[in-house]
Design a protein around this ligand. Sequence first.
Ligand code: AGP
Length: 609
Amino acid sequence: MCGIMGYIGPKQAVPIIVDGLNKLEYRGYDSAGVAVVNDGKLSVTKTVGRLAKLAEVIAQKPLSGQVGIGHTRWATHGRPSDRNSHPHTDCNKRIAVVHNGIIENYLKLRNELQEKGHIFLSETDTEVIPHLIEEYYHGDLLAAVRQAVIRLEGSFAIVVTAADEPERLVVARKASPLIVGLGQGENYVASDIPAILNYTREVYILDDGELAEVTATGIFVSDFAGNPVRKSVFHVQWDAVAAEKGGYEDFMLKEIHEQPRAIRDTLAGKIDKENKRVVLPEVKMGRTELQKIKKIFITACGTAYHAGLVGKYIFEKLTRIPVEVDVASEFRYRNPIIDESMLTIVVSQSGETADTLAAMREAKARGTRVLAITNVVGSSVAREADDLILTLAGPEIAVASTKAYTTQLLSIYLLGIFIAQELGTITDAERAEMVDALLGLAEQVEKVLNTEAKIKEFAEDFKDKENIFFIGRGLDYYVSLEGALKLKEISYIHAEAYAAGELKHGTLALIVEGVPVFALATQPDLYEKMLSNIKEVKAREATVVALANTGDHELKHSVDYVLHIPKTLPIFTSILAVVPLQLFAYYAAKSRGCDVDKPRNLAKSVTVE
Ligand code: AGP
């Protein structure tokens, strides 16, 4: 989510670091900073805002030094501010660290370190790292970092510099990308290839569980246990633009593939694995407040609205609290019957959508408590809500929302289980089963992504179609809406989603030979009904693509194509079912030569009415 750049060699570090961070600008960030070591002293400059702001501050107070680290931050723990910006240091300002990822056990480590007298200055999870290294530092930075990282749970890519050891940087990686750029008499470290392309195309790509000691003339890679690791050099063939997309052709495809990581990051710190409970640190409602909720309103736009519809199903099923969902542009003008006995949930990737913001303010003005599900810390929606669930999808660049949607669904699952566990409307066994299912979703999305080639192949068959229908019942209907929107907004093929039971009330008139129909049939309790609807459209010679759970062997006799998703609890299938539809939309659009990242007429964040 954030950007990392480090340098060690004969040149001044800061210009190289700032240039590298500039190449990572596309990733989105809210603050930036650098640290350099010179003459036995560590200097840190960091500020909320863009890199240009950081450059201004540095121009007023130049930093010299031939070894240094830099960071652009996408806030996850702690709002955007100077104090929360990276690099973070130890108590004596002798060690500086920049970090990408999420330290799941940071609160426990922070308490342990504070009891030992460490003083913390920020609200971040990252700040525990320099203090932990400080705790273990006895003159050997590599050894201290090694001891520190084995205490960390979660995901991290870190770069460490120390005033007492200007001759080396130490880096470590677990579940967050980190590379070492190989120079001549100088070396570079970065979170992503674009940062170092101006300097080298020879890189070591660190793997999870690896550390590296980086000097100007050498790189020693080892695992967390200290065993040396031999790395082969990866020669970067990409140009700068391709490198920004991590080698994917488009940001949208990159973000579709980032979904397992985004799911893991969004889950991080929200599951008490020992007791199989959901913990939502930024939701301040407890049993008392939750018992007072007589109704839940959900309001959002576009894809976020489709997530809200899934929320209706989830919250009503798990908590038995009635839920009403409305698009924000309608909600804000229809004088909604809403008061302090209700909870309003707003869902917004950007946290700045004008209609959603206005709807939230309208709801607040009528006395309701507001909970926001958003991807941007410090966004208007995040700042004005009473409670917050952050999707940690990282910056979503493509206009068509993918990883934001699936992490919105995940956040809704977490909230539904949280409310139900607090109200006691689910049993301990049901809760444990759901928590186990949540923990398996990221890997199951990976399995769906492995069917990409098959989806790409049959997407070609549909590229000349002008109308495609999506049908489903219950949760599958809500996912159908999202599948239709994805296809429309990037391929420009006209697509409509219908509750499958509604077809015979008019739309069936449009179903004739060769008309493509995606039929989602993942819900066991509605399966027979869906089978009837599939036969209904097949009888009109439609071309039917069914989406079913793995192990379903019946549908293949009734349809033209079958896509399978791994089995999970029926209430969680939406997060898996949408992935084939995202990939289908992407490849259909590519086969029609569309600009999938920047579709015509659309903006990423609709900040006007
Ligand atoms: C999603 O593919 C669309 N780009 C659009 O519908 C989007 O979901 C909608 O504009 C809401 O945006 P938000 O989540 O940032 O509020």
